[in-house]
Design a protein around this ligand. Structure first.
Ligand SMILES: [Zn+2]
Length: 357
């Protein structure tokens, strides 16, 4: 059942066939547990490991996570103190990393099936890797989870009794306000009341300024840059952000027009005379979540945003780069992993528009 629109609309999830094909490819590349151990060791210590005695050991048996130091004869654990330390299912970890880095959107249940692990284990592994990705999102766009109502429908232990899962939002807002009060910080003032669309709230002053300029009629990029005294790269960045929120449309002739209907988000494509071809947007993220994960909890919204970044960004996330990011990260304890609560402003990352051209 392939749709004839597939060339127009960006895909929002992976089909069963796409997933099975990627899983097949993985097992062709890394058929044994030793192959996966090898991938892990190469990510953690590509050149070798330093023994406690100071000896740098480069010789290691294929697929072995431990080395005997030839000088002091002590056992060295290659993955000690890393994300992969004590990992009992190297195949499942490598498969999860591989699928995420191949842009495969997969539910925890189906991943568990493909990796031959229990559902809960599959979910935990995906969460652990997503957590690593989250730690690499510092420079991403902030989006308030208050806007996530349409994807939040799964209870978590943060959900107040007998309330809708989205009630976590108000709870978290209360907690943040209380924390600020305790620490003597003045809570952030309520958002200013303007006639601008509410989608602009999480945007900065520059985005608002640009939006005001293009609100009534389309303006071309040169006039925009003449009207605003900031570097061109900042204007481009702000326009990108506005596109993400579905607030700006790119018209032929390098013109920008305000999009008043946030539901009618335009996805400029390379074939069109758009300056910033992009696949991602808030709406696209919601579609991805709904198609792949159905409903998620507010608590873990940030991790689904991380997976969405992996789903989209083939330049940034490759099998090697995601393995490397994991190798550099510390392994969260189960308590750390499950006590996490997404902040009120979640990071949402998109592929660099420049890379997409
Ligand atoms: Zn030694």
């Amino acid at each position: 059942m392939s749709t004839s629109h597939s060339s127009k609309k960006p895909k929002v999830t992976s089909t069963r066939e796409e997933i099975d094909l990627a899983v097949g490819n993985f097992f062709e590349l890394y058929p044994t547990s030793a192959d996966c151990e090898e991938v892990i060791c190469n990510a953690v210590a590509p050149d070798g490991v330093t023994c406690e005695c100071g000896n740098f050991v480069t010789e290691r048996e294929f697929g072995e996570r431990t080395i005997r130091c030839p000088r002091c004869k002590k056992k060295i654990f290659v993955t000690a103190d890393t994300f992969f330390h004590g990992v009992k299912r190297p195949v499942a970890y490598c498969l999860a990393t591989y699928l995420m880095s191949e842009g495969i959107a997969i539910s925890a249940n189906y991943f568990a099936k493909c990796a031959s692990v229990a559902s809960s284990t599959g979910g935990t592994i995906l969460h652990e890797i997503s957590d690593v990705v989250v730690k690499n999102m510092d420079s991403a766009t902030n989006v308030l989870t208050a806007k996530f109502r349409q994807i939040i429908g799964k209870r978590s232990k943060e959900t107040p009794a007998r309330e809708h899962p989205f009630a976590e939002q108000a709870e978290e807002e209360k907690r943040v306000a209380e924390r600020a009060k305790r620490q003597g910080i003045t809570p952030a003032p309520p958002p200013e009341v303007t006639e601008l669309p509410s989608e602009l709230e999480p945007c900065g002053e520059l985005e608002k300024e640009i939006y005001k300029l293009i609100m009534d009629e389309p303006v071309n990029f040169d006039s925009l840059s003449d009207s605003i005294d900031v570097p061109l790269s900042d204007i481009l960045g702000a326009l990108t952000k506005l596109q993400i929120f579905g607030l700006v449309k790119v018209l032929p002739g390098n013109k920008y027009s305000a999009s008043h209907d946030a539901e009618d988000i335009d996805f400029p494509e390379a074939a069109r005379p758009a300056v910033l071809p992009r696949q991602g947007s808030l709406k696209h993220f919601f579609q991805y979540v709904r198609k792949t994960h159905h409903r998620v909890s507010r608590k873990y919204a940030q991790r689904y945003a991380a997976r969405y970044w992996c789903f989209l960004d083939r330049e940034h996330w490759t099998f090697a780069s995601l393995m490397k990011a994991c190798a550099k990260a510390k392994r969260p304890s189960y308590a750390q992993l499950t006590s996490y609560v997404s902040p009120l402003a979640v990071k949402l990352a998109f592929p660099d528009p420049q890379q997409q051209q």
